[in-house]
Write a protein that binds this ligand. Structure first.
Ligand code: ATP
Length: 235
């Protein structure tokens, strides 16, 4: 579905991605784990057209999409829930969700997707007229995911959805990610919370200072000694 080949990114003199390759098969949950500064956000931001690459390709449904404007990619079914959520705090829940569907003209389906978001996140329905900035951190993350779903994505990319959330809320967010995936949406997730991400993932990659150093099923990496020591806090 999505294939990244030999992708390199420079920020001035910093070689942030040093030729990474990874595959996101249709219908799967794929995770990219790694420490702070490893290049996880850069990977997602490059795929979605917010950061310019120096070389490599990103193949989506058979075509190289690198260099296409973000708006076109969203219309084709690729969407990013950015780090830190980036919801509009002064707009209501309803208005934030509507913005997620800005490029769509299939109004009836948009309404169905809005209902689907409210089924997944009943809390958002209860707070529909509330300003987004007054929601709790977990609710804001739900809204960011809900807004992304309003674009009816084929691939949902998420940058650290668990950041700053209480453990119980992290569990809820991961349950919802699995539920969204079970409806046929492919997921690419980057996380510093390696345990939760690996438990949810069909396929996982470890990114270290701009290079992929390990890959395997989520279960394989959970059992890997190197991963346990470096990312799961085990001796
Ligand atoms: P984090 O969890 O902190 O977001 P990350 O794994 O997502 O970490 P990136 O944010 O992709 O890492 O950063 C990769 C490297 O690129 C780091 O060395 C970072 O300092 C650098 N970098 C990221 N964005 C920029 C930028 N806009 N300009 C210059 N350097 C940057």
């Amino acid at each position: 579905m999505l294939k990244i080949e030999n992708l390199s990114v420079h920020y001035g003199g910093i070689h942030a991605l040093q030729g990474i390759s990874l595959e996101v098969p249709a219908g799967k949950i794929v995770t990219l784990i790694g420490a702070n500064g490893a290049g996880k956000s850069t990977t997602l931001n490059t795929i979605i057209g917010l950061v310019k690459s120096s070389s490599g390709s990103v193949i989506f449904e058979g075509k190289n999409i690198l260099g296409q404007p973000t708006k076109n990619l969203v219309e084709q079914g690729l969407v990013l829930v950015p780090e830190g959520r980036r919801i509009f705090p002064n707009l209501t829940v309803q208005e934030n969700l509507t913005l997620g569907a800005y490029a769509r003209t299939d109004d009836e389906q948009v309404e169905k997707d809005r209902e689907r978001v409210f089924t997944l996140f009943p809390r958002l329905k209860e707070r529909i007229r509330q300003k987004a900035g007054t929601l709790s951190g977990g609710e804001q993350q739900m809204l960011a995911v809900g807004r992304a779903l309003m674009s009816n994505p084929k691939v949902l990319m998420m940058d650290e959805p668990s950041l700053g959330l209480a453990p119980i809320i992290v569990g809820m967010i991961f349950d919802i990610i699995k539920e969204i995936n079970s409806t046929g949406v492919t997921v690419l997730l980057v996380e510093q919370n390696a345990k939760a991400a690996l438990e949810a993932a069909d396929l996982a990659y470890v990114l270290e200072t701009g290079r992929i150093t390990l890959s395997g099923s989520g279960r394989e990496l959970l059992a890997d000694d190197r991963v346990r020591k470096a990312y799961l806090g085990e001796a």
